[in-house]
Design a protein around this ligand. Structure first.
Ligand SMILES: [Zn+2]
Length: 302
C-alpha cells in the first residue's frame, strides 16, 4: 500500500507517499524535511546524509542498521532505503527527531503526522455524534445519519488526541443517548468546546451544502466560522453559511459550542461527497484545523 500523508493538519499535496515494509511504515525524507522547514545535506566521508533542524542533527546511512541522533546511536529494525531516487525513512525515527506524533488511518490508507499543538494541550473537547442506537436520524438510501456522524466524530477525535487535546464523546457507537442525557454529560465534563455533528435533510435531492450553527455566544460564532471555513477548504460542498439557531444542545451546553450540518444526507451532490471515506477524513481534518486555529486566535479567552 502507498498512502497519503497529512502533516500538521494539511494533506501533503507534493510528490511522495508513505509505504509499509513488513511491520514498519516509511515515508519520503524530502516530504517531511520540506514541510518541517529542516535542511539536509550529503556528507562525502563518512558517506551519510544529515538532516538538520534548529541545531539538532540526524545522521542517516542508506542500508545501515542504525542512525545517529545528536551523536546517539539509534538501532533500526528496518534500514533507510532508496526507491526510484527517493530516500525512504522509518516514520518512528523521523517522528522522534522532529518531536511528532503519528497515526495511520487504515481505511483511507493515510499517515497523519502531528506536532504537539500548544493551543490544544490540555483542552477538553466533547464530540457529539448526532443520533445513534434507537434513533438513526435521517435515512436516505444507504446513508444513515447516526453512522456517518459517528464516523466523522471518530476521525476528528483521532486528530485532536494526536495533537494533545482531551476528547470525550456524548455516545459510543450504536448507543442511544437522549438530548437531555447528552446535556447532563456535557455539564459534568465541563469541556472547553463542544462539537455536535449532524446531517441535513430535505424533500428533494437538489438541496446540498454545509451549514454551521452557533447560539447566543460571540466565541461560539467565531468557532463556527473557523470550523466552517476549515471544512470548505477540504471538501467541495456548497456553502450555505454560518447561522444562529437555538438547537437544544447549543442552548443548554455550558461550553463554547457549535453544531455542524455536514451536508444533506438527501442531497445528490452531498451524498457523493459523504459516501467517500477519504472525503469524510478530510472534513474531519477541516474541523480539526478550525478548532486549532480558533483557539490560537483567541488568546486568553479559551
Ligand atoms: Zn441530525
Amino acid at each position: 500500500m502507498c498512502g497519503k500523508i497529512v502533516i500538521n493538519g494539511r494533506v501533503w499535496e507534493g510528490d511522495g507517499t508513505c509505504k509499509w515494509v513488513d511491520e514498519a511504515l516509511f515515508l519520503p525524507l524530502q516530504t517531511v524535511v520540506e514541510r518541517m522547514g529542516a535542511s539536509r545535506r550529503w556528507i562525502a566521508y563518512p558517506r551519510q546524509l544529515e538532516v538538520e533542524k534548529d541545531g539538532k542533527i540526524l545522521a542517516l546511512e542508506i542500508g545501515a542498521a542504525a542512525a545517529r541522533l545528536q551523536g546517539e546511536e539509534i538501532p533500526l529494525n528496518y534500514p533507510v532505503y532508496v526507491e526510484k531516487g527517493v530516500i525512504m525513512v522509518p516514520v518512528s525515527l523521523i517522528c522522534r527527531f522532529f518531536g511528532l506524533s503519528w497515526l495511520y488511518v487504515e481505511d483511507v490508507d493515510a499517515l497523519v503526522l502531528s506536532r504537539p499543538e500548544p493551543a490544544l494541550a490540555g483542552k477538553t473537547v466533547v464530540l457529539d455524534p448526532g443520533h445513534g442506537g434507537d434513533d438513526p436520524g435521517v435515512i436516505s438510501g444507504d446513508l444513515i445519519e447516526s453512522e456517518f456522524t459517528w464516523d466523522v466524530a471518530r476521525r476528528l477525535g483521532g486528530l485532536l488526541m494526536l495533537s494533545g487535546a482531551l476528547v470525550t464523546s456524548t455516545r459510543q457507537q450504536g448507543e442511544t443517548v437522549s438530548l437531555p442525557q447528552r446535556v447532563t454529560m456535557i455539564e459534568e465534563v465541563r469541556p472547553d468546546l463542544l462539537i455536535s455533528i449532524h446531517f441535513n435533510s430535505f424533500l428533494c435531492s437538489e438541496h446540498n451544502g454545509l451549514e454551521t450553527y452557533w447560539y447566543s455566544n460571540w466565541l461560539a460564532r467565531q468557532l463556527a466560522e473557523y470550523v466552517h471555513r476549515g471544512i470548505l477548504e477540504e471538501i467541495d460542498i456548497p456553502n450555505r453559511g454560518v447561522r444562529e439557531s437555538a438547537f437544544h444542545i447549543l442552548r443548554h451546553s455550558p461550553a463554547v459550542s457549535v453544531l455542524i450540518k455536514l451536508g444533506f444526507a438527501t442531497g445528490a451532490g452531498d451524498q457523493y461527497v459523504l459516501k467517500d471515506s477519504w472525503l469524510r477524513e478530510r472534513a474531519a481534518l477541516g474541523i480539526f484545523r478550525g478548532i486549532r486555529d480558533f483557539i490560537e486566535a483567541s488568546p486568553g479567552q479559551m
